[in-house]
Design a protein around this ligand. Structure first.
Ligand SMILES: [Cu+2]
Length: 117
């Protein structure tokens, strides 16, 4: 069992404004009850994998393995891990299908894509 910490990164009002329920813990999980947790490593100033496809209801844990601080921030601001220093992680659940391009706010050349099916 992975030891992940769930953190609320946006208020419900902010999430509603963004048109998503991705960070609402009360939202239903996948119908089959087998929501998974995926991991994206942030290392070498890259997101690995650079493209990840998950199912709605799944959780993604972003782990910063670099010495430099990073964020994983949606281009449309629908999600944001906030600043992660070395060894820190943030777990976000995605309930709304879509293609979410994201980047690092500190190093905007760092880009990746999350696809929620
Ligand atoms: Cu960065």
């Amino acid at each position: 069992m992975a030891h992940t910490t769930r953190r609320q990164f946006m208020t419900k009002a902010a999430a509603a404004t963004a048109g998503i329920a991705a960070l609402t813990l009360a939202a239903p999980a996948r119908a089959d009850g087998h929501a998974r947790t995926h991991q994206v490593a942030i290392k070498g100033f890259t997101f690995q994998p650079a493209q990840l496809t998950i199912q709605a209801g799944d959780t993604v844990t972003f782990v910063n393995e670099d010495g430099a601080p990073h964020t994983a921030t949606a281009n449309n601001r629908s999600f944001d891990t906030g600043r992660l220093t070395r060894g820190q992680s943030a777990s976000l659940r995605f309930d709304q299908p879509g293609r979410y391009a994201y980047f690092c706010e500190i190093h905007p050349m760092m880009k990746a894509l999350l696809v929620v099916e």
